[in-house]
Ligand binder design. Structure first.
Ligand SMILES: [Zn+2]
Length: 96
């Protein structure tokens, strides 16, 4: 299956510039919600107005990776971004 990035919707901080990508911590199974445009991260999908954001390094001190379809299966409202959108950018940002 082609790899893609799942999102819970547009970013409530930078609006149409960013999408909230679903990531997964490397050290636990916890999901992390991250906007690659403004670098805001949340431990749950951000509301609107947004909950206070943290940095990705605070929420995922050992790093994170892009969550796959199985990992987002229980997440209400998550949907894949079309045609690899954000994939290269996120993979570059998350690389060790
Ligand atoms: Zn944003």
């Amino acid at each position: 299956m082609a790899k893609c990035v799942y999102t819970t919707g547009r970013c409530p901080v930078c609006f149409d510039f960013g999408a909230v990508a679903v990531l997964r911590r490397r050290d636990t199974d916890a999901l992390v919600f991250f906007c690659p445009t403004c670098a805001c991260a949340w431990p749950k999908p951000p509301g609107d107005p947004p909950d206070e954001s943290q940095s990705l390094s605070e929420l995922a001190p050992d790093g994170a990776r892009i969550a796959d379809a199985g990992e987002v299966a229980g997440l209400v409202g998550a949907k894949p971004l079309p045609s690899g959108e954000w994939l290269d950018i996120l993979e570059a940002m998350l690389a060790d």
